[in-house]
Ligand binder design. Structure first.
Ligand SMILES: [Zn+2]
Length: 129
């Protein structure tokens, strides 16, 4: 399971690096064709421009697909939890993490002894299957 995830992550980064490489090469092609246009070689100009435009289009679309996939992986795999804790009566409650949570944040009265309830821990976990 863990190794499979690592492997797919490797291919994932390889695709990103490859796309960035294609993007860089395409930009270089366009740049070169502009130079050849200035030198009067219009044939090479159009050739480089079309090839470069195709390359930019391909790499940008594959990068945006990767970005979307990365976001779904993030939301799918990790779950964040917050532990609420009362220092007086040792009441403990686990709940899902909410934006704005931080350790030692005071979150109100303890349901058992009415003392201050604090956040004692925040952690991430892969959901159990
Ligand atoms: Zn308490």
């Amino acid at each position: 399971m863990a190794t499979a995830q690592k492997k797919s992550g490797f291919y994932f980064y390889l695709t990103i690096i490859f796309s960035i490489g294609v993007l860089a090469y395409s930009v270089w092609l366009i740049f070169n064709s502009v130079i050849s246009y200035e030198q009067g070689q219009t044939g090479e100009f159009y050739y480089g421009l079309i090839l470069g435009a195709i390359g930019v289009g391909l790499s940008v679309s594959s990068l945006s697909t990767m970005r979307r996939r990365m976001q779904t992986i993030k939301t799918k795999e990790l779950k964040n939890f917050t532990v609420e804790y009362c220092e007086k009566c040792y009441f403990k409650k686990l709940r899902e993490f909410k934006v704005g949570d931080y350790v030692y944040k005071k979150i109100g009265a303890c349901p058992q002894c009415k003392e201050e309830l604090l956040i004692s821990q925040i952690y991430s976990e892969y959901p159990k299957k």
